[in-house]
Design a protein around this ligand. Sequence first.
Ligand SMILES: O=P(O)(O)OC[C@H]1O[C@H](OP(=O)(O)OP(=O)(O)O)[C@H](O)[C@@H]1O
Ligand SMILES: O=c1cc[nH]c(=O)[nH]1
Ligand SMILES: [Mg+2]
Length: 209
Amino acid sequence: MGNVFVLDHPLIQHKLTHIRDVNTGTKEFRQLVDEVAGLMAFEITRDLPLEEIQVKTPVAEATLKVIAGKKLGLVPILRAGLGMVDGIIKMIPAAKIGHVGLYRDPETLKPVEYYVKLPTDVEERDFIVIDPMLATGGSASAAITSIKNRGAKNIKLMCLVAAPEGVEVLQKDHPDVDIYLAALDEKLDDHGYIVPGLGDAGDRLFGTK
Ligand SMILES: O=P(O)(O)OC[C@H]1O[C@H](OP(=O)(O)OP(=O)(O)O)[C@H](O)[C@@H]1O
Ligand SMILES: O=c1cc[nH]c(=O)[nH]1
Ligand SMILES: [Mg+2]
């Protein structure tokens, strides 16, 4: 079964509290999501392989470490995942970016896919799928299935806030995928919103409500 890591660093918790606040407007919400995504990138890249190279410092020759040529891909789930891309790319600028477009049908809560575009060398890359919200888990599970069907093998999922119901679905559908969260919340409400959550992530990021 996939591991669940809750990245509860004080900086992440502090910023997430302001993200959740209903009085936080679009501009500040977007800025904070970007910052938290960057902080989470530290932890999700902790197992990147290193290799040794020779470097001449101003003082001496030294054998030092750099990241070994690992190919990474980021896959934001549209729309809300887009809000986390820049923060992560600042930390791993060589990553390629794919996109999976999904929306959750408001009646059935089932995901509807409308767009997929991945880097051409999909089989050679490790992927990080990103979406601020893991609610019923339907969208993240469908996005991961979609990229697996196109050849992706090593996949991690990064979300800001999850409900236990969504984590359970992910672990059942994709036991090979580790999940990285800033918070694991209490439950889903009758409309499939995470409680206490942060509301509709896409609408708050893009100011569409
Ligand atoms: O775990 P689930 O129950 O599937 O819900 C989570 C999904 O819902 C939201 O997207 P939404 O459908 O609102 O689309 P949007 O990002 O375009 O607003 C969110 O960004 C996730 O993708
Ligand atoms: O709480 C939720 C659940 C699904 N999608 C969101 O944006 N928020
Ligand atoms: Mg939305």
